[in-house]
Design a binder for this molecule. Structure first.
Ligand code: PRX
Length: 647
């Protein structure tokens, strides 16, 4: 463990919303009187009909329910746009920075209103109404935010699918939520390369069981693409026919806002369902306090809107706060390794929120590309998505932030809707590598394998003892899976799937997933998903996938593959399998290492012993532990001698 601590700079303790004394007092109140605390903070958004009830939740085994502000009526788009128009109509809401550094665009709140209304009307003209599911498969362009907010405005439920997913993955998600409309672009543009989004949509629709009746295509690159008459329409053409006014649908606090698919340890990805009121209260409140957002600040989160970070901290949280949020189409190293820092200078960014994988990749190319920029506007840095190693933290702090910017290492999940464990920059002493302390209302506990709650300094599995407003409410279409996945391991508590240590100061240190989920460059991947993609290949008989430590990605994907009788292992076949997985799931799932194995280590009952496979992939085979329960212990020797990750 890293023992260095960094004090809160004096000017931060003064200017921030929350100092340490306030944090302690407010945190205590938030857990002793959640109704009082959240009843007050629930008013941070505007309600058409105010709520009279605040928290109505139970994690009981037989009776699981999660309701916040349940009789309140509101609308998310109203809160992100309309309520700001009087005061901030001319303020920039979204700064868009294109992949090409010569392209950028400012969108004021008034323009945002008009664009969102137009998008909403285009959807309404295609029959979309409250409760319908809309699939959004888009690049990082302003129209993506317009489309999300347009759904919120008319009460439709969006399901944003990351543009890096394959046609098959897209088809599965279209089928799972039963959406009959897809919003996409002709192509995306990343690092100067085109991404064939519309072509992928066509292939997905051909494979999906659900009939997709409408495809709305935003023109981004202008390349020639196939358009199917009657089904496909260019957005710019449809938008010419509609007005810039569209009423906000009154939504109950517990009406769904969006579905976002995420990987679990078993089966296909789950449709994480978030609702309206509690989600927006929580996303906007965490955005304000964690990033200490003040009027006039320029805030930039580098995530893709295809992930939850983009939902909560590019779109909904910042816009609900009337913030200026920057949306970036490109990648950190295009056209060169100074891109992030040049964008910070170009738009005078004050708050910068990115992922450890990007920090590590940029650290590897040295300090020069950073030093080519001024970064004088920067005041606060953030990290999200995976554990940040102390070396990367120190580099981020020293080189990027020049020792004047605190770093908020924010721990949370798709399921949690917003940040749960994090420093507050005016309140929390920092320790590199620790997400530090819980946000208001969040009650983390560390339990052992039997569910005993551990006290003081300890290490175990991280659970949350009670509900917070931003929590997911269900798995779309499969509530039982929600109950099973999150509330059955430790009855009465929400199980995060993460391991965690708590130190003597009560600081939390996330140690990574304890289930069969791996975190590759901050992207969540179920090992079971990669395995089923591999075994779908006709030369593969069996596959087992584990994570291993990777310098840049955090974790890499290591696949053990058993081939069909008579198939000879070769390097070409490895390449073929990597390409295959990219096609089945998407590039983020491509195995980094493949080891052909004549057989896999199994117990007598046929269960694969992943513990052993993990150790060998980590090159830590000296500590394999007990192998006596294996049906054939000699399998292990072959695995060790052919291991791919030799340090
Ligand atoms: O393992 C934790 C890791 O990312 C997982 C959640 O992934 P996802 O749902 O894709 O959401 C990512 C963005 C919120 C967690 O279970 N994780 C996320 N943030 C951190 C982290 N691990 C350590 N430190 C973090 N700050």
């Amino acid at each position: 463990m890293h023992n260095k601590t960094y004090d809160v700079p004096a000017e931060w303790a003064q200017r921030a919303y929350i100092n340490d004394t306030q944090y302690k007092a407010e945190y205590a109140r938030s857990v002793s009187d959640p109704d009082g605390f959240w009843g007050e903070h629930g008013k941070r958004i505007d309600w058409f009909t105010p709520f009279t009830k605040v928290k109505n939740t139970s994690y009981g085994a037989d009776e699981l329910y999660i309701k916040w502000f349940e009789d309140g009526i509101t609308n998310v788009a109203y809160n992100c746009i309309d309520r700001h128009l009087d005061k901030r109509g001319d303020q920039v809401a979204i700064i868009w920075e294109g992949d090409d550094p010569s392209e950028s665009r400012n969108i004021t709140y008034r323009e945002l209103h008009d664009e969102v209304c137009k998008f909403a009307n285009v959807m309404r003209n295609r029959g979309v109404s409250k409760g319908d599911r809309v699939t959004i498969y888009m690049p990082m362009i302003p129209e993506t935010a317009f489309a999300m907010l347009a759904c919120a405005r008319i009460g439709a439920i969006h399901s944003v699918v990351f543009g890096g997913f394959s046609p098959d993955s897209l088809a599965n998600r279209i089928d799972d939520c039963g959406s009959n409309i897809v919003i996409t672009a002709d192509e995306g543009l990343r690092g100067g390369r085109k991404v064939p989004l519309k072509t992928n949509v066509d292939q997905a629709i051909a494979r999906a069981e659900r009939t997709v009746e409408h495809v709305v295509v935003v023109r981004r690159t202008g390349s020639d693409i196939a358009m199917e008459p009657g089904r496909d329409v260019y957005y710019h053409e449809a938008a010419e026919l509609v007005t810039t006014e569209c009423p906000c649908e009154p939504m109950n606090a517990e009406d769904p806002l969006f579905i976002l698919y995420t990987s679990g340890s078993t089966g296909k990805p789950k449709g994480v369902l978030h609702t309206t009121g509690g989600y927006l209260v929580y996303a906007s409140m965490t955005h304000q306090y964690v990033f200490d957002y003040h009027d006039g600040d320029i805030y930039w989160c580098t995530a893709d809107v295809g992930w939850v970070t983009g939902h909560s901290y590019i779109v909904y949280g910042p816009l609900a706060n009337g913030a200026t949020t920057l949306m970036f189409e490109g990648i950190p190293n295009y056209p060169n390794n100074s891109r992030f820092w040049n964008v910070i200078d170009k738009h005078k960014v004050n708050i910068f929120y990115t992922a450890p994988t990007a920090i590590r990749a940029l650290m590897q190319v040295g300090d020069e590309p950073v030093k080519d920029s001024s970064r004088a506007s920067l005041r606060l840095l953030g990290s999200v998505g995976e554990p940040i190693n102390p070396e990367a933290w120190e580099w981020y702090y020293r080189v990027v932030g020049e020792e004047r910017c605190p770093i908020v290492d924010t721990w949370w999940q798709t399921e949690t809707g917003g940040i749960l464990i994090t420093p507050l920059p005016g309140a929390t002493k920092l320790k590199p590598g620790s997400a530090t302390r819980p946000f208001f209302g969040v009650q983390p506990q560390i339990v052992d394998a039997d569910g005993n709650v551990l006290e003081g300094a300890c290490e175990g599995n991280l659970v949350i003892a009670d509900s917070w407003p931003g929590q997911m409410r269900s798995v779309y279409g499969d509530h039982e899976r929600f109950v099973q996945t999150y509330f059955s391991t430790y009855p009465g508590k929400y199980f995060t799937g993460d391991g965690c240590r708590r130190d003597e100061d009560g600081y939390y240190w996330i140690t990574g997933r304890v289930d069969d989920v791996i975190n590759v460059s901050g992207h969540r991947m179920g090992t079971a998903e990669v395995e089923s993609a591999l075994v779908a290949h006709d030369k593969v008989s069996e596959a087992a996938v584990v994570g291993y430590p990777h310098d840049i990605k955090g974790q890499g994907i290591y696949a053990y593959v058993t081939l069909m009788e008579g198939i000879r292992p070769s390097d070409e076949l490895k390449k073929e399998l990597v390409t295959w997985v990219r096609g089945e799931i998407g590039p983020i799932a491509a195995p980094d290492m493949i080891q052909f194995a004549p057989s896999l280590p199994k117990t007598r009952s046929g269960k694969i012993m992943r513990r052993i496979l993990r150790k060998i992939a980590e090159d830590e085979f000296g500590a394999l532990g007990d192998t006596s329960t294996l049906a054939d212990p000699t399998v292990v020797d072959d695995l060790i001698s052919n291991r791919q990750n030799r340090k």
